[in-house]
Design a protein around this ligand. Structure first.
Ligand SMILES: NC(=O)c1ccc[n+]([C@@H]2O[C@H](COP(=O)([O-])OP(=O)(O)OC[C@H]3O[C@@H](n4cnc5c(N)ncnc54)[C@H](OP(=O)(O)O)[C@@H]3O)[C@@H](O)[C@H]2O)c1
Length: 244
C-alpha cells in the first residue's frame, strides 16, 4: 500500500504550518460498511482488523499530535499512543469544554501527557487538580454553542510547533472539523459489517444551507485511493470544497 513516504509527509506538514499558520489535519477513523463508528454513542466497538490496527498506529507515529473529543475519552478510555509498531508517540490533544476529563484516563500513563483545550468558563479548581496530574489545560475562544473554537485551537497548536494533527474522532469532532472545512486529508477503514449505529459524520451544515443541495456543495475526496487490508478496505485522499 503506497502512501506518501514519511520524509515527504513531514516536509509537507512543515510547509503547511508555515504557509497556513495551522497544522496539516488528517481525519482518520474506522467505520462499518454503512458508515457507523460505534453501535451507539458512548459505547466502544472495535471495528478494525489486526492489519488496520497496525495502520492506525503507523499513522499515529507519523503525526505530531493526535486529537479526540471528550466523548471518545469517556467512552473508549484510549491510550492514544503507539504500541503495535516502533515509533514515537504523538502529543495527545483532547477537546473538553467543561473539564470532564477523568483522572483514571489511560492517557495519563503515556510519556507525553495530554493537552486539554477548554473554554474560559471551565472550572478553575478542576484545572488545578488536572495540573497536579501533569495535564496542560489551555483555554481558548468558544463558538456560539460554547464549544472549543477549532480555528483558535489549530492556531494554538501551530504556535506550539505542531505541524501535523491526526483527528481520530468521535462523531461530533469529525463533523465539526468538516463543517469548519479544516480537514486536509483523510484515511478511513471500512469493515464489512452493517452496524446501523452512530454515524461518523453527522449533519453537515451544507445540507441545510440550500433547499435542494447539489452534490458540489459537499466536501469532495480528491485523488482518492483504496487498498484491501485484511478484511478491511482502506480509502484515503485529500479533501476539497468546490467553492474553495
Ligand atoms: N470507530 C472509530 O474510529 C471511532 C473513533 C473515535 C470514537 N469513536 C466512537 O465515537 C463515540 C464518541 O463520539 P461522540 O460524538 O459522542 O464524542 P466526541 O466526538 O469524541 O467528543 C465530542 C465532545 O467534545 C467536546 N467538544 C469540545 N469542542 C468541540 C467542538 N468544537 N466540536 C465538537 N465537539 C467538541 C464536546 O463535549 P463538551 O461540550 O463537554 O466539551 C462534545 O460533546 C464513542 O462511541 C466512540 O466509541 C469511534
Amino acid at each position: 500500500m503506497r502512501m506518501l513516504p514519511i520524509k515527504r509527509f513531514l516536509a509537507k506538514a512543515t510547509r503547511h504550518r508555515k504557509r497556513y499558520g495551522r497544522p496539516l489535519v488528517t481525519l482518520a477513523y474506522a467505520q462499518s460498511l454503512d458508515g457507523s463508528i460505534a453501535a451507539r454513542r458512548g459505547y466502544p466497538l472495535t471495528l478494525s482488523g489486526r492489519e488496520s490496527l497496525r495502520l492506525w498506529h503507523t499513522l499515529r507515529a507519523a503525526h505530531d499530535a493526535i486529537l479526540v473529543g471528550i466523548g471518545t475519552i469517556l467512552a473508549d478510555n484510549p491510550r492514544l499512543n503507539v504500541r503495535l509498531i516502533r515509533g514515537k508517540n504523538p502529543q495527545p490533544v483532547i477537546l473538553d469544554s467543561n473539564l470532564r476529563f477523568p483522572i483514571g484516563s489511560k492517557t495519563l500513563n503515556n510519556n507525553k501527557l495530554p493537552w486539554i483545550f477548554t473554554t474560559e468558563s471551565a472550572d478553575r479548581e478542576r484545572q488545578r487538580l488536572l495540573k497536579t496530574r501533569g495535564v496542560t489545560v489551555i483555554r481558548v475562544k468558544t463558538t456560539s454553542d460554547c464549544q472549543v473554537d477549532l480555528h483558535e485551537l489549530l492556531h494554538q497548536l501551530a504556535h506550539r510547533r505542531v505541524n501535523s494533527l491526526l483527528v481520530e474522532g468521535g462523531a461530533r469532532i469529525i463533523t465539526s472539523f468538516l463543517n469548519e472545512r479544516l480537514v486536509d486529508q483523510f484515511v478511513i477503514t471500512i469493515t464489512p459489517f452493517i452496524v446501523g449505529g452512530l454515524h461518523g459524520v453527522e449533519k453537515l451544515l451544507c445540507s441545510h444551507m440550500i433547499k435542494k443541495p447539489a452534490i458540489n456543495y459537499f466536501p469532495k475526496i480528491k485523488n482518492y485511493q483504496h487498498h484491501r487490508l485484511g478484511q478491511d478496505l482502506v480509502v484515503w485522499g485529500s479533501v476539497t470544497w468546490e467553492d474553495s
